[in-house]
Design a protein around this ligand. Structure first.
Ligand SMILES: C[S@@+](CC[C@H](N)C(=O)[O-])C[C@H]1O[C@@H](n2cnc3c(N)ncnc32)[C@H](O)[C@@H]1O
Length: 208
């Protein structure tokens, strides 16, 4: 990593609760958002004063803590994960981070089964960070869930430097590259690729 890249990645120091959650994530084998992407998520949640957010892929709670740090004080995070053990770790992280228990609505289940049950145009921010091969379907659901002016955030959009390299053709890389193209070309979205962490693709949903 270049000096500037490293400076940007760690520009805002992580909280103790987030560092502890990152350590538990390593024990559980679920990779959290990078430090810089976490900072960007806090920024995005604060920019729209998010009161309602959906997270696809709770993990051990690193991204959830980042979202809570930017959301309105009474904001509710609906977070979906297939692994109950990961969500238990996230719950611990939220407690350690001083998040009131009623603010985290943790739903255990397959994202593609849970998402259709959530209300259209009811959310200020949606973070996509679960099964890479399902990202295209998560993005369709996320656009439906977002209100006009709401923010879509997609982690791993650069996927270990492979998305930008056309010679990389494994299945996950192909899906992530295709999702990037879809988001860039969707007239309902105003996108930006933020090269922090493993790449955070963000977009604002426009009113048409
Ligand atoms: C990369 S980790 C999420 C990390 C978390 N966003 C963070 O930064 O702390 C991906 C998570 O997605 C979950 N997951 C994988 N496939 C899933 C699916 N089909 N539905 C719901 N969750 C899934 C995994 O159990 C894992 O906890």
């Amino acid at each position: 990593m270049s000096n500037s890249r490293s400076y940007a990645e760690f520009f805002v120091p992580e909280s103790e609760a987030a560092s502890a959650a990152r350590a538990r994530a390593a024990d559980l084998g679920c990779t959290p958002v990078g430090a810089g992407a976490a900072t960007a998520l806090t920024f995005l949640a604060a920019a729209v004063t998010a009161r309602t957010a959906v997270e696809i892929g709770t993990g051990a709670g690193v991204s959830g803590l980042a979202l809570f740090a930017g959301m309105a004080e009474d904001g509710i995070l609906t977070s979906i994960d297939i692994e109950a053990e990961n969500q238990r770790a996230a719950k611990q992280a939220f407690t350690e981070g001083g998040i009131a228990p009623g603010r985290a609505r943790l739903i255990n289940g397959r994202a593609l089964e849970v998402l259709p049950r959530l209300t259209d145009a009811a959310y200020d921010l949606v973070l996509v960070d679960a099964a890479k091969n399902e990202y295209d379907q998560y993005v369709d659901e996320a656009i439906r869930l977002l209100r006009v002016g709401g923010i879509l955030a997609i982690d791993n959009a650069l996927w270990h430097d492979k998305v930008a390299d056309p010679t990389q053709r494994d299945a996950d890389t192909v899906v992530l590259r295709e999702v990037g193209r879809t988001v860039r070309e969707d007239e309902r979205l105003v996108p930006v690729m933020i090269p922090l962490g493993d790449g955070l693709l963000a977009a604002v949903k426009k009113g048409l």
